[in-house]
Design a protein around this ligand. Structure first.
Ligand code: SAM
Length: 279
């Protein structure tokens, strides 16, 4: 028998992955959660029909969303990860020796439990004493949290559907601005410039409402729509470059990648700078 998982990445584009086993399937209070075994990408975590991470390519995404903003900050000690229930962003943040605390705010505890069971390589950071996990809505959390309490905030969210919609709004970026220290840095996953161009433009404008410096880093991500992904970074004070020695060499992220992290391809620069504020 031949089983294929098919994801409609846009209304007109499908990704098909051969599946050898369905390891887990449940409906949580927030979403449909599945873990499947695939030939091409190893184990794959799926939420509401959208691939969240796979064993084979997750490092591309997690190294970019964490190490780029972490090097813009001169000395990141207190980090907040919103979403990211698989644990990949927490794992990468802990690789920075300056980090004293990681506050992980995930709305759906079932994603964390599934990751602990099926993705030990991703969820390895949850047992680190520097990590404090809170199961709640990241929007409400940042809205009500003390001002100036984080150096870096990472928004590792699902696509803008359901409880994640507000994580892409100007209002939410304002809560993050308030929660950051004077030299704080935010990084949000902002989807594909091909499949979700309007969303990326919206996030770029929304972040610029609050942050004086906003840049977009790009990277490959084979299992996400169109394989080309963006990470929008906002900085309160620090220039968008490495503001300390680049200490991390990952499987994808390197010192030379950091040197050109915000060097946007011209088509993307034109797309963003030519876009209207109210999309
Ligand atoms: N890397 C993935 C991607 O780009 O598709 C995201 C992975 S991670 C599993 C996304 C997480 O965001 C999910 O576990 C989801 O439960 C969580 N999430 C969605 N909305 C949230 C909210 N308002 N507050 C906190 N977590 C949220």
């Amino acid at each position: 028998m031949d089983f294929w998982y098919k994801e409609a990445q846009t209304n007109d584009l499908l990704l098909g992955v051969r599946v050898t086993d369905i390891l887990h399937s449940e409906t949580t209070p927030y979403q449909r959660l599945a873990v499947v075994e695939t030939v091409e990408y190893g184990k794959m975590l799926i939420l509401d029909g959208a691939i969240q991470c796979t064993e084979r390519d997750e490092f591309l995404y997690h190294e970019m969303i964490v190490h780029v903003p972490m090097h813009v900050h001169p000395n990141p000690k207190r980090v907040c990860v919103i979403g990211g229930g698989d644990g990949g962003s927490v794992r990468e943040a802990l690789k920075h020796s300056s980090v004293a605390k990681v506050k992980h705010v995930e709305i759906d505890g079932a994603v964390i439990e599934a990751s602990k069971k099926y993705f030990p390589h991703l969820s390895s950071g949850f047992s680190d004493p520097r990590v404090d996990v809170l199961i709640t809505d990241g929007i409400e959390y940042l809205k009500n949290c003390e001002p100036n309490c984080f150096d870096v905030i990472i928004i590792d969210s699902t696509d803008p559907v359901g409880p994640a919609v507000g994580l892409f709004s100007a209002e939410f970026y304002g809560y993050a601005y308030k929660a950051l220290t004077w030299d704080g840095v935010i990084c949000a996953q902002t989807e594909s410039p091909f499949a979700s161009a309007n969303l990326l433009k919206k996030c770029w404008h929304n972040m610029k409402v609050h942050f004086p410096q906003v840049g977009v880093a790009t990277g490959f991500m084979p299992t996400y729509p169109t394989g080309f992904w963006t990470y929008t970074v906002g900085s309160k004070k620090m220039a968008l470059k490495a503001n300390r020695e680049v200490t991390i060499r990952g499987k994808y992220f390197t010192k030379s990648l950091m040197e050109r992290a915000f060097d946007l391809p011209p088509f993307l620069q034109e797309m963003l700078e030519g876009s209207k504020k109210n999309l």
